[in-house]
Design a protein. Structure first.
Length: 483
């Protein structure tokens, strides 16, 4: 770890240099280790979601991106924070959740008094998580004592496997595991004496391919909350995870403090997990960016992209695709001034997939499976013109968002919808379809024409000798009941 003075000097240099406004995705070729692991058929690929979005809110772009990776290569297991209700916890005898950040960990973790117990289970499977390697991460520290690690197989009795040491003269991160026959397992930790702190579990099928999903995030944390945890705790935990890819997503600013924090994190990652690839997310616009005096997103992303270039990391732009905060908000993609909705996270993850991950090579299939194509009938007529729109996309779509071009939108869970145009004009229509694999957007320009009703006719011939026979043809625009 470099000294604070040197880090500050580096940060000042970076900030002075980070003046360009090119915020485009770059360095996508800097993910070789992840790519090799992702296409391997014999071992998992470990992906860490690292940032200030709550994993269980299912709203962050990284969560939706991991869903897309899981849909492509499968899932091999889970570590630390919960993902998809697969590592829910139970507490007994005074065990409790400690809300991070603290100096022991920057996310939530668990406190075990003597006799206290915590266990991890899968909400979707009463028998547990299919795995052949189970482990636990904890902090050994001066108030700690012995703890026991037990395993339940196929919802059977708890079988003690190991006694672990929760004591250390100064706080240090620890990890241990037990290799088992592949089966459905649950994991339990009991406090014997002292006050002990458990960071989280690991339940992994290490003999197969798929994503080993790791969440190391907490809503609202800052980089300073992360670096406030001693490296003696952070480094062993990251090394034990042995990640192939770390996805960084935090909302900060463009100041020296942020630059210093990123430099510290870079040293942590490169020293503890030298083979880990990193992709930085250029975060989307916020409401503050609508005020020219507070353009925090541009400033942060300019700095983050420069850091990525200096350390040979990938950077994915999720600001320009969102156009602006008012646009994102109008589509229901923002839950407040700062945070995306679930649909917003899916929409942004689609850009990450298409710009970074799918372009890595043909071995990873595209995000399943939305074309954004649709039809409408009728496409022209007089006001009030009622048109039915039908989505033609494939895949398990969960949501359809329509913008009809006349200032109105709808958000539905059915494949078709109808809309009535009450003012004359020519309208462009946009559809956004979302599902487990991501989101797709398509716009048909000048697709619907709504006209004002008018009465008119033609006659032929209009002159001649008597008796003159004339054919009259109605050319009125509109639906009339009598002509």
């Amino acid at each position: 770890m470099r000294s604070g003075a040197l880090a500050c000097l580096l940060a000042t240099t970076l900030l002075a240099s980070a003046t360009a406004q090119d915020l485009s995705t770059t360095n996508i070729n800097m993910l070789p280790h992840f790519w090799a692991a992702a296409v391997s058929s014999t071992s998992p690929v470990t992906v860490i979601s690292f940032g200030d979005s709550v994993a269980n809110s299912y709203a962050s772009p990284s969560y939706s991106l991991i869903n897309m990776l899981v849909a492509s290569v499968g899932v091999a297991g889970y570590s630390l924070n919960n993902y998809g209700n697969t590592t829910l916890h139970g507490l007994a005898n005074g065990a409790q959740v400690i809300a991070g950040p603290t100096t022991l960990w920057f996310s939530d973790y668990y406190q075990l008094p003597p006799g206290g117990a915590i266990w991890f289970y899968d909400q979707n499977s009463a028998n547990g998580i299919y795995s052949d390697k189970v482990g636990v991460f904890w902090v050994a520290q001066p108030q700690g004592g012995p703890i026991t690690l037990s395993v339940s197989t196929e919802a059977g009795p708890w079988v003690p496997m190991l006694t672990l040491n929760g004591y250390a003269p100064t706080a240090v991160g620890e990890y241990t595991n037990v290799v088992l026959a592949a089966d459905f397992h649950q994991l339990r930790v009991d406090g014997v004496s002292g006050t002990n702190y458990v960071i989280g579990p690991q339940l992994l099928l290490q003999t197969t391919s798929g994503v080993h999903v790791v969440f190391m995030d907490k809503g609202g944390i800052a980089i300073s909350d992360v670096t406030n945890v001693p490296a003696a705790i952070r480094a062993p935990i990251l090394a034990a995870l042995s990640p192939d890819l770390l996805i960084w997503h935090m909302k900060e600013d463009g100041t020296t403090v942020t630059s210093n924090g990123l430099i510290y994190c870079e040293h942590w990652w490169s020293n503890a997990a030298p083979s880990c690839d990193v992709v930085y997310i250029g975060t989307p616009y916020t409401a503050y960016d609508t005020n020219p005096a507070t353009p925090i997103t541009v400033e942060q992303n300019n700095l983050v992209r420069y850091i990525a270039l200096q350390y040979n990391r990938a950077y994915c732009d999720l600001m320009d695709p969102s156009v602006s905060w008012p646009w994102m908000n109008s589509l229901g993609f923002m839950s407040d001034e700062l945070h995306c909705t679930y649909n917003g996270g899916q929409y942004l993850a689609g850009f990450m997939w298409n710009e970074v991950f799918y372009t890595l090579g043909s071995g990873l299939p595209p995000a399943p499976g939305y074309t954004g194509e649709f039809t409408a009938a009728p496409t022209n007529g007089t006001i009030s013109l009622t048109t039915t729109f039908a989505d033609l996309s494939n895949g398990t779509t969960t949501n359809w968002f329509w913008s009809f071009g006349d200032g109105t939108t709808t958000d539905v869970t059915t494949k078709s919808t109808s809309h009535t145009y009450v003012a004359p004009g020519t309208y462009s229509v946009t559809e956004i379809v979302t599902g487990p694999g991501g989101a797709s957007t398509n716009t048909y320009a000048n697709y619907i024409t709504a006209l004002t009703p008018s009465a008119n006719f033609t006659a032929a011939p209009t002159n001649g000798l008597i008796p003159l026979t004339v054919r009259f043809t109605d050319t009125s625009v509109g639906d009339f009941t009598n002509r």
